[in-house]
Write a protein that binds this ligand. Structure first.
Ligand code: HEC
Length: 401
């Protein structure tokens, strides 16, 4: 019991760190994309002579800022250069720690999908599912990176590369939704995109910048390919940010990942996020293209339409399930976990704060109970072996007296 509490407390603190690091990283990354796209040709004669590529004036925090960008040829490079990478690494490390503490620690709850339509996936052990989940992150990055290196090594076919990465994400969505429970599938796909983002910083952007700085320090000309490669990867990161954040939040909304269209819904969200991001990227360049967010909204509406619960058939009078029967089912299948004092091993507090001990509590959560039972999201992993007949009883229950 105590060790579960320690794990829960650690989870809370780690999640706090993860969200703060991600805010700092994504915030800085969005800021730099804005800065890069807002640069104007330098106005002053002096700046042009120094080789300034572009500049931006800003007012913030009670003062004025004057940013100037040099491509690879600043006349002098100070030693106290500001680097950006710890935010990216901290986000990934804390994210992986959370993933381990929850999904890898209890794979039979969270990673095994006994309802998978693929027989081999339905029969995975917790250990096998864990290995597979980690393999998705690792192999996913390798495939993504190979696409970049083979399709557009000198940035000559970046459009084709974007399309290939899009196809890859559709394949990942399809595979994860069929192999893992929906909740894990959305998280793993988001974590894979986030792994690509952090790995882009670690393996490409930062090493390229280090080579550029080293060249300048020794009086050599930096290889422009280093700058271009870093830029290619950071452009991908920009379009990943919105989808990743949505996939991370999706955990709390079981309706988007429990239906038969979950993988399509996931793809629609990913592309909607990228399209909406595109609008802001262009806006910084003073181009106003509302067609992008509109297309994004169309995809979102389509996703939410696909995710909407099927309307429950009208009950003929007198056929509804009565409250006593519902309560006995809940008592048999749910309160092991959803109780003020859970008896299921590994739970010290009711999950999602949902207590179903009394009739009043069950009535209070009636619509949520019907939704998660109909979608088979609950009981979690069907660990308490709820029967189809019992699900039918819950579906037929009219909670209005
Ligand atoms: C083995 C433990 C376990 C059992 C049994 C179980 N649940 Fe849950 N339930 C959980 C966990 C863990 C969560 C939190 C999951 C999350 O964070 O999304 C949860 C979350 C929920 C939620 C909130 C879902 C959401 O989208 O936030 C509802 C509603 C719910 N359970 C209803 C039920 C009902 C009804 C039953 C019985 C038919 C049941 N649960 C049985 C573990 C269990």
């Amino acid at each position: 019991m105590m060790s579960t509490y320690v794990l829960d407390a650690g989870n809370l603190l780690m999640r706090w760190l993860h969200v703060i690091a991600a805010i700092a990283w994504i915030g800085e990354s969005i800021y730099f994309v804005m800065l890069d796209n807002s640069l104007r040709a330098p106005r002053g004669q002096h700046a042009r002579q120094l080789g300034v590529h572009g500049e931006m004036w800003a007012v913030h925090g009670g003062g004025f800022y004057h940013n100037q960008k040099y491509l690879t040829n600043p006349a002098e490079l100070p030693d106290d250069l500001h680097w950006s990478y710890w935010k990216a690494y901290t986000t990934w490390l804390s994210g992986f720690a959370l993933f381990a503490a929850m999904y890898l620690y209890r794979p039979e709850f969270y990673l095994v999908n006994p309802d998978s339509s693929w027989a081999w996936a339905a029969s995975l052990t917790g250990m096998q599912a864990s290995v597979l989940a980690v393999a998705f992150l690792l192999l996913g990055y390798i495939v993504y990176s190979q696409l970049c290196r083979r399709i557009s090594p000198t940035m000559q076919r970046d459009g084709l590369l974007s399309a290939a990465v899009g196809v890859m994400m559709v394949a990942v969505a399809y595979l994860t939704v069929h192999i893992f429970p929906g909740r894990a599938a959305f998280l793993i796909t988001g974590a894979l995109m986030a792994t690509c983002m952090s790995a882009n910083v670690f393996f490409w952007i930062i090493p390229g910048q280090r080579r550029m700085v080293a060249a300048l320090k020794t009086g050599n000309k930096p290889d422009p390919l280093d700058g271009m490669r870093g830029k290619q990867r950071s452009v991908h990161n920009t379009y990943f940010t919105l989808p990743v954040v949505l996939l991370m939040l999706s955990n709390h909304y079981s309706f988007i990942y429990t239906g038969p269209w979950a993988w399509v819904i996931m793809c629609l969200f990913i592309f909607a996020g990228a399209l909406i991001r595109q609008y802001f990227v262009l806006r910084h360049m003073k181009k106003n293209r509302p067609v992008y967010p509109l297309a994004g909204v169309v995809l979102l509406v389509l996703a939410l339409w696909l995710a909407a619960p099927a309307s429950t058939p009208q009950q003929a009078a007198g056929q509804g399930s009565d409250m006593t029967r519902v309560q006995s089912i809940v008592a048999a299948r749910c309160v092991q976990c959803h109780s003020a004092t859970p008896s299921y091993e590994g739970f010290t507090a009711p999950p999602a704060g949902m207590v179903l001990d009394t009739q009043e509590q069950i009535l209070l959560h009636a619509s949520q109970i019907k939704q998660v039972v109909a979608s088979a999201y609950m009981p979690l992993g069907n660990l308490t072996k709820m029967s189809d007949e019992e699900r039918a009883v819950i579906a037929a229950w009219s909670s209005q007296p």
